[in-house]
Design a protein around this ligand. Structure first.
Ligand SMILES: [Fe+2]
Ligand SMILES: [Fe+2]
Length: 317
């Protein structure tokens, strides 16, 4: 596989992006109240509709993922959520442990929750995900609000935006950033030094064809986030939630590129992305798990132009 030529005059960073590992544990800790909660339908989906089978290798693949991520020598990691299956504290703690969250020898990392990590309101209230992934949630933030927060990596900013929330109805898998978080995001972006603004969030803004996801699966305020990104200069939107990888360039409808990492551990879809970002141009290396080799290998590369004002070379004389 060809390696991209470096643009030596521009600063370059490498960000590894993975998502939707969906780990679980043998005894997650069912309680009486769970039998009347959304966890029951989630469990039925797991057992009867084949989800458990699709993730039966998730533990081993996560170990392989970690080895591959380390081998890339990326400057930072971005995890876009769905660490767990049903948001049991035992699952979230196990997932964080398996990913070695808190290991000081790993590169800095940014993590946001997915809808499976926010399955119940009580889990959100008790900040179970945030406690488990605390080491991957360090950054510049507005006051004591957990989200959004920003981490500088070389010349780029990784900006964690929470788009997951708990919902009441079993069929409702929608996400939302919300106007209050958007307000803080505006304030945060104004504080940051120049450089590409790369959002890390669970939900997609749109599908590969620029259309929103189906009504009960989409980011509810996708239109507002497109307008926000246009006005405040979002350079790239990294997400998960959809388990199949796709990358789309900026268009008239959605004026910044978006990339879905897909699931890192779901059988046959398993993969992650490495972005090598020089100035405002990114080369995306798509890694895919090879079950024969039992390791992740580069599957293809794509070039993306990030939105925003490029860093102008000093051409004054
Ligand atoms: Fe997922
Ligand atoms: Fe999800």
């Amino acid at each position: 596989m060809d390696q991209p030529s470096q643009q030596a005059e521009l600063p370059t960073v490498r960000i590894a992006h993975f998502s939707d590992i969906h780990l679980t544990v043998r005894r997650p800790g069912w309680k009486l109240g769970d039998r009347l909660s959304k966890r029951v339908t989630g469990w039925l989906n797991l057992k009867l509709l084949g989800r458990a089978a699709r993730f039966r290798h998730a533990e081993a693949i996560t170990d392989s993922l970690l080895a591959s991520l380390l081998a890339t020598q990326a400057d930072a990691w971005a995890f876009s959520g769905d660490a767990s299956t049903l948001a049991f504290p035992a699952e979230l703690e196990h997932a964080a442990k398996r990913l070695q969250v808190g290991n000081a020898n790993l590169p800095p990392a940014v993590a946001v929750p997915g809808n499976h990590d926010y399955y119940l309101a009580s889990v959100v209230r008790d900040q179970v995900f945030e406690a488990a992934f605390q080491a991957w949630q360090q950054g510049i933030r507005i006051g004591s609000h957990t989200y959004p927060f920003a981490v500088r990596v070389g010349h780029v900013w990784l900006i964690a935006v929470n788009s997951a929330r708990s919902t009441f109805w079993v069929w409702d898998a929608t996400g939302k950033v919300g106007s209050q978080q958007r307000h803080r995001l505006r304030e945060l972006l104004q504080q940051l030094a120049p450089g590409p603004r790369i959002v890390v969030s669970h939900y997609p803004i749109c599908l590969a064809n620029d259309r929103p996801e189906p009504r009960w699966h989409r980011l509810r305020d996708w239109k507002e986030m497109i307008a926000f990104g246009k006005e405040h200069g979002i350079s790239l939107w990294l997400h998960g939630h959809k388990h199949r990888f796709y990358a789309r360039s900026a268009t008239a409808e959605v004026p910044f590129p978006t990339v879905c990492a897909g699931s890192a551990t779901q059988t046959r879809l398993w993969g992650y992305n490495l972005y090598q970002i020089s100035g405002y141009q990114a080369v995306l290396f798509r890694y895919q798990y090879d079950p024969t080799l039992k390791q992740f290998v580069i599957h293809k590369t794509t070039t993306l132009n990030l939105a925003g004002n490029p860093i102008q070379p000093d051409n004054t004389s």
